[in-house]
Design a protein around this ligand. Structure first.
Ligand code: GLC
Ligand code: CA
Length: 597
């Protein structure tokens, strides 16, 4: 496989004034599914600590650990009952302190997940809040009286649909009011308008951990804290339903900038990084408002453009597998890359996380013939984009979706379960609807990211002992070579490719991490080509990816004449005529700018 000798000098070693988080590659860890150190079937913090050598060997700089706080686990820890305690099956606060120290002693950094739009309904704050209308913490959550229609039927305050289906309003018998939950009923939204509440959140969820040395946060649902004045109804997109998708109404409310300014003031005291999850924000100017350096709010956000490609508009799973074109992928990536064009903003590059199905199964081809090659091509693409790079556990070995023949019972995510049940309720006499729903979930469900990390070809993929029962069944692709042990022995594996790609990303950081993105040959229906170049650096990169299981013609791109092919995912023996792109071939060329006329 072709890491060709790099005859031009890389930009490595050059001193830059960029903050540390810009050139970092971040590796995301889902504690339940990473590594089980005590064979109870659940991954844990000591399990992560045991794998730091492996993680460092990838060439990443930062780990992001998904919520490990105490929680009833209705939404896998995104429902936190105590910010200052660890979910006992994952370990203890001391285990996290040990992890922080180990990460730092290796010269790496660690960020945690900050989930403060909502707490668990088992958090002490909410228990108090719901206990009576006069409790001092009543106003810490969002309580509203009922509305009554003409025949006296009780109705919630508006028509918003929760992210996991159903109304966002839950009726509370004891105090006869509704409370707001944009996610599960067990995840009540905190009232950010209350200054005392905000201070408590900052202290308990942020400062507590910053004082222990964490280097920043991935901030959950960061644009939902400030709710729109008057809680207006959402437009009706789903006439058959009572509740309407309302993300565009409840995100990015009027006080967002103020709240983020307050958070930033704390984070900057610690030189900590922030990356916010920013759904439902199609307006680039609004996104820039969050990530502009001079505004001092967030360092960067995750936009949803790329991961939303192929998702349904009414319900994200109400779609057919592969319902998108390459043009959709190109424009989604273009929108997030443009964010840094001539601005003081920063962006991110990612295609997987714990909320997304596996990228090879969605955007490549996960058949045994093409999975490895298409996985490498996607690695090349996303590691060539500007912004901070985020990779998700298992992506580095090319993990793929759960096999098609697994029954729906193997899916554990509340989002999956609720959607599947809703389809059943809406179509009681139509088994076809259930079949389509299952097909969409097999392609897009969050569960695909949550199966155990595949360390070896053993029964439970080496995640836990062979005799233990993992909380989710390990994907049988571990027995087909998709695992760390096998791939470590083979430098032509997806794992080997990612390691080389991460090195190249640093070597050519000026163009690959900071450079301006330009789509070339934009109308090509199967080939995605773009250049990356910065005014500062000496090089320009040209990336060409064949998004097809068939050969494609190499596009005629003017830069090609002066370009040197430095990396590809097809070995020279497989390559054939260089004017033809092999199925799922990806090529990275470097053009030395001095040689340009
Ligand atoms: C974010 C998380 C997701 C969670 C939701 C509610 O989108 O990434 O996993 O379900 O917020 O906290
Ligand atoms: Ca365990």
């Amino acid at each position: 496989m072709g890491l060709r000798s790099v005859s031009v000098n890389g930009d490595a070693g050059k001193t830059t004034e960029h903050p540390w988080w810009k050139e970092a590659a971040v590796y995301q860890i889902y504690p339940a599914s990473y590594n089980d150190s005590n064979d109870d079937g659940i991954g844990d913090i000591p399990g992560i600590t045991q794998k730091l050598e492996y993680i460092q060997s990838l060439g990443v700089d930062v780990i992001w650990v998904c919520p490990m706080y105490d929680s009833p686990q209705i939404d896998m820890g995104y429902d936190i009952s105590d910010y200052e305690a660890v979910y006992p099956p994952y370990g203890t606060v001391q285990d996290v302190e040990a992890l922080i120290n180990e990460v730092h002693s290796r010269g790496m950094k660690i960020i945690l997940d900050l989930v403060v739009n909502h707490t668990s309904d088992q958090h002490a704050w909410f228990k108090e809040s719901r206990s009576s209308k006069t409790n001092p913490k009543r106003d810490w959550y969002i309580w509203k009286p009922a509305k009554y229609d003409s025949d006296g039927t009780r109705k919630p305050p508006n028509n918003w649909r929760s992210n996991f289906g159903g109304s966002v309003w839950e009726w509370d018998e004891l105090t006869q009011e509704y409370y707001l939950h944009l996610f599960c009923p067990e995840q009540p939204d905190v009232n950010w308008e209350n200054e005392e509440t905000r201070k408590a959140i900052y202290q308990s969820a942020m400062i507590f951990w910053l004082d222990k040395g964490v280097d920043g946060f991935r901030i959950d649902t960061v644009n939902m804290y400030s709710k729109p004045t008057g809680y207006p109804d959402a437009p009706i997109k789903d006439p058959a339903a009572e509740w309407q998708e309302a993300g565009l109404v409840y995100c990015n409310g009027p006080r967002m900038d103020e709240y983020l300014g307050e958070m930033n003031a704390i984070l900057s005291r610690y030189n900590a990084m922030s990356v916010g999850e920013c759904p439902f924000t199609p307006d680039p100017a609004r996104v820039l408002g969050y990530v502009s350096e001079k505004e001092a709010r967030l360092n960067m956000v995750f936009q949803f453009d790329s991961v939303d490609v192929g998702m349904g508009s009414v319900f994200k799973y109400m779609t057919k597998p592969f319902k998108y074109t390459l043009a959709d992928v190109k424009s989604a990536i273009g929108r997030t890359q443009k964010l840094i064009d001539g601005t003081d903003g920063w962006t991110t590059s990612f295609i997987e996380n714990h909320d997304q199905a596996r990228s090879i199964s969605r955007f490549g081809n996960d058949s045994p013939q093409w999975r490895s090659r298409s996985g490498k091509m996607l690695a090349m693409l996303f590691a060539s984009l500007s912004g901070t790079l985020f990779m998700y556990q298992g992506q580095e070995i090319g993990m793929i979706n759960i096999p098609q023949d697994w029954p729906i019972e193997e899916y554990k995510d509340v989002d999956t379960i609720n959607y599947y049940a809703e389809v059943g309720r809406r179509n009681p006499n139509d088994p076809g609807a259930q079949i389509s729903a299952k097909a969409a979930l097999q392609n897009l469900a969050r569960d695909h990211a949550r199966t155990p990390m595949q360390w070896s070809s053993e029964v439970n993929a080496g995640f836990t002992s062979d005799s233990a029962k993992p909380w989710m069944k390990a994907n049988t692709s571990a027995q087909e070579g998709i695992n760390v042990a096998d791939e470590s022995r083979d430098s032509s594996s997806v794992l080997g490719f990612w390691k080389q790609m991460l090195k190249l990303r640093k070597t050519y950081s000026d163009c690959l991490i900071h450079g301006g993105y330009k789509l070339v040959d934009g109308d090509n229906p199967t080939v995605f080509s773009f250049t990356k170049s910065s005014t500062a650096g000496h090089f320009k990169a040209l990336v060409i990816c064949n998004f097809s299981s068939k050969e494609s013609e190499l596009p005629l791109i003017e830069d090609l004449d002066a370009a040197e092919l430095i990396f590809d995912n097809v070995s020279e023996t497989q390559a054939g005529a260089r004017s033809t792109l092999q199925p799922w071939e990806g090529r990275l060329y470097i053009v030395k700018k001095d040689t340009e006329a």
